[in-house]
Design a protein around this ligand. Structure first.
Ligand code: FEO
Length: 398
């Protein structure tokens, strides 16, 4: 269970911690996650977002520790995805089905589509405000960050941004604020960006420009997952600016799978070649690393080498999984090379190059393929491929 946390005068975090979740639609959540919801008390009491369906009772119990849920006058839904709206029907049933439900126009459409329910929708757009007593809620649509219905709610007088998924992290710990956990939270935020928002980096850049133009004072950012940024909210905005620019670092990732360790030997030789050029490198075996951790390392890597044996005229299934996942997230500004061992047909390298081409990666070599077990000469070619990849990256960065 979770007790409500006071985050400012009359404002509480009333969501739930999901300690057990380890797979969030294909993203590994080794430390669980939270579904944050917020209660703002005043002349009218306002609930911002709900939680996953199975935590509906817990949400209502948390609210009940502060006020009777029936005393909530208005609900705001920043995002339709069911980790934030699953408990909405149950919550509205208790709060009162006719109470106003503020959301974006797409939010109204998507909530109707999910729940076949006609709530008392009040559709709002960017710049619309809701004045309640001495508090003003200002809405900012953030379409495709990361759903068409996504929006932010900004509480003007308290300078608090309720940012939905943006700036979140999948982390369920015993801390609630950035000043309690410090920089330990940054790898979680980075993984979240790489796996949820990277695809929409152009929109993130536009949003940062828009918010900068608006000169919005932000004292606190309350995302719907993980800790609240109250000590230094500008830090996570600066990190989003950096990550969304997708500027390559002097770093490579070597990703591989192997049947009989031949492709492993090739991967190690390529890694040695990259290191010999003083380029940082991560060697990631797809049997040992989850696709979402591989994606996190790809975020800032300037170079990628992918190796797969040929299996039944194709690439290995786990490599296909990773390539499909990476392609969907649209990483940019990468240089790439493929490698792999084979028995008799040897299509894997060609298929990997086609995947690189589809992702608009700069393919710096046709790749290295080796029949059965690599000899010294083959491993030397792999080492040279690593050197070539590293040199190409350094030249690109110079
Ligand atoms: Fe946390 Fe898009 O839901």
């Amino acid at each position: 269970m979770y007790k409500p946390i006071k985050i400012a005068d009359g404002i509480y975090s009333v969501g739930c911690r999901d300690w057990d979740i380890r797979d969030f639609h294909g993203y590994s959540t080794y430390e669980g996650t939270t579904y944050n919801a917020f209660l703002v008390l005043g002349e009218k009491n306002i609930l911002i977002d709900t939680v996953k369906e199975k935590f509906g009772d817990e949400l209502l119990s948390n609210i009940s520790k502060i006020i009777d849920p029936k005393e909530i006058d208005i609900v705001i839904s920043n995002h339709t995805e069911m980790d934030h709206s699953g408990a909405l029907p149950k919550a509205m049933h208790v709060i009162g089905k006719d109470k106003p439900l503020y959301c974006s126009k797409m939010g109204a459409k998507n909530l109707k589509s999910h729940f076949k329910n006609d709530f008392n929708f009040k559709a709002v757009g960017s710049g619309d405000t809701l004045k309640v007593g001495n508090r003003t809620f200002s809405f900012l649509e953030t379409k495709m960050l990361h759903w068409p219905d996504s929006m932010f709610t900004y509480l003007v007088e308290d300078a608090i941004l309720f940012s939905s998924d943006a700036f979140g992290q999948h982390f369920a710990g015993d801390m609630f604020f950035d000043d309690e956990i410090g920089d330990e939270i940054i790898p979680h935020a980075r993984k979240y960006y790489a796996n949820i928002l990277l695809h929409f980096s152009g929109r993130v850049q536009d949003l940062i420009k828009d918010v900068t133009k608006m000169n919005l004072k932000i004292d606190m950012i309350c995302p719907d997952h993980g800790i609240i940024w109250r000590d230094n909210p500008s830090k996570i905005i600066q990190l989003y600016d950096k990550w969304s620019k997708q500027e390559p670092a002097k770093k490579a990732v070597v990703i591989f799978d192997s049947m009989w360790e031949s492709t492993t030997k090739m991967a190690r030789a390529i890694t040695s070649g990259i290191e010999s050029e003083d380029v940082k490198v991560r060697l990631m075996n797809t049997r040992k690393w989850h696709r979402s951790d591989i994606m996190t390392e790809i975020l800032d890597a300037g170079a990628i080498a992918v190796g797969s044996p040929t299996l039944n005229n194709g690439i290995f299934p786990v490599i296909a999984d990773v390539m499909t996942y990476v392609k969907g997230l649209k990483p940019q500004n990468k240089i790439a090379a493929a490698f792999g061992s084979y028995g008799w047909s040897g299509e894997a390298v060609k298929i990997l190059n086609q995947e690189f081409a589809a992702m608009k990666f700069d393919i710096i070599d046709e790749g290295v393929k080796v029949q059965y077990v690599p000899e010294e000469e083959d491993l030397s070619k792999c080492f040279d491929l690593g050197v070539k990849l590293a040199k190409a990256l350094k030249e690109k960065l110079s």
